[in-house]
Design a protein around this ligand. Sequence first.
Ligand code: ACO
Length: 448
Amino acid sequence: NKNVGILAMEIYFPPACIQQETLEAHDGVSKGKYTIGLGQDCMAFCTEVEDVISMSLTAVTSLLEKYGIDLKQIGRLEVGSETVIDKSKSIKTFLMQIFEGCGNTDIEGVDSTNACYGGTAALFNCVNWVESSSWDGRYGLVVCTDSAVYAEGPARPTGGAAAIAMLIGPDAPIAFESKFRGSHMSHAYDFYKPNLASEYPVVDGKLSQTCYLMALDSCYKRFCHKYEKLEGKQFSMADADYFVFHSPYNKLVQKSFARLLFNDFLRNASSIDEVAKEKLGPFSSLTGDESYQNRDLEKASQQVAKPFYDAKVQPTTLIPKQVGNMYTASIYAAFASLIHNEHSSLAGQRVVMFSYGSGSAATMFSFRFSDGQHPFSLSNISSVMNVEEKLNSRREFPPEKFVETMKLMEHRYGAKDFVTSKDCSLLAPGTYYLTQVDSMYRRFYAKK
Ligand code: ACO
């Protein structure tokens, strides 16, 4: 099979949101801490009528409808999520409700979980299936769905929520360059969810940033090495048109891109000019560990990287800045932002992706774009996702209402025997919502 990759995409995020500026004032932190310090504009969240299952039902049905996909043509369905609703029953099995009606229960795949990496694991599973001898000619479907919520405190503004569905098959406008892949997996306690009674993670914020950057360095080195072995020439930042990062918050994406430039400098890449060499020279003898803590290096590399960031990263930041961390969906929401912004000029270009999940698991991989053919064209993907309208039709919540919602959701997490509010006025037609959890913890959904 040639050019296996992403044929179609759909994204859904809750219409309920809070402005980061509003949250700053409410939390009593210094002005600019969330908007400039974290680089975030707005944050989406689930109210009591939404969860990771309803969001994924919405994303999948909308994708199938809008691209005109026959339900029988799906042969594999993989879900990536770190939001635990049930310790045994997969989210994938809830999504089977969509397919059972037409008799298609012949669909492989279940859920993949490791913090924000599960979506990438699910994507690789689908791509590997299409490239394998067990492929039966049908499409693969990947769903990333998460609700990121944190306890009150410095991590709370780094929440978010979304579901993304991606159709996988051959002759894709977004084709994997499968040979160039670099991974880094290790044991870390940077972010984890040991308390099964709570939806909130235990997080060591500073450690999680360092783990992220260490994994980035390691993946980039391996990615470059594989490229160089196969292509017989050095890889540097100049060889990719765009870089898409898992985005817990935008400031870390800025730092990550600067870190790649510092890697290029250390590897003496031809893309690094004299000015950059002069600015980064003083840091060339730092040990790896020192370099993660050095504030001057951070500043200098971000300054050198700024013009390249504007060209190669900025177009990928829209949805993550507006919606927040969507865990497994974050990197693909950044990727969706790129298609939204640049779909008419992407053909022939290469994008490098960096996926990170705490704990930890990380991979750097790349895609090559072509225009594609309707309905699987970049321009159609952009119009189906309709990002601008989805962002514009949201409703801003006042901070008190946001906090109240978080409290209610804490109470509802793992609970049984309740019905949700009948008020779904916020939701767009076609959106799935939770109506009831019965005395046996069984969950029921309806479509607006
Ligand atoms: N104006 C401008 N910038 C400000 C202001 C202000 N008024 N106040 C603070 N800042 C800056 C700080 O200088 C800092 O920027 P820097 O990193 O460039 O120095 C930034 O805002 C953050 O402030 P800190 O005090 O360093 O950190 P804070 O205690 O707010 O916590 C953190 C931030 C660690 C990201 C926290 O939100 C968190 O734990 N989030 C969840 C963990 C996470 O997302 N980790 C990332 C990888 S793992 C994953 O994906 C889940």
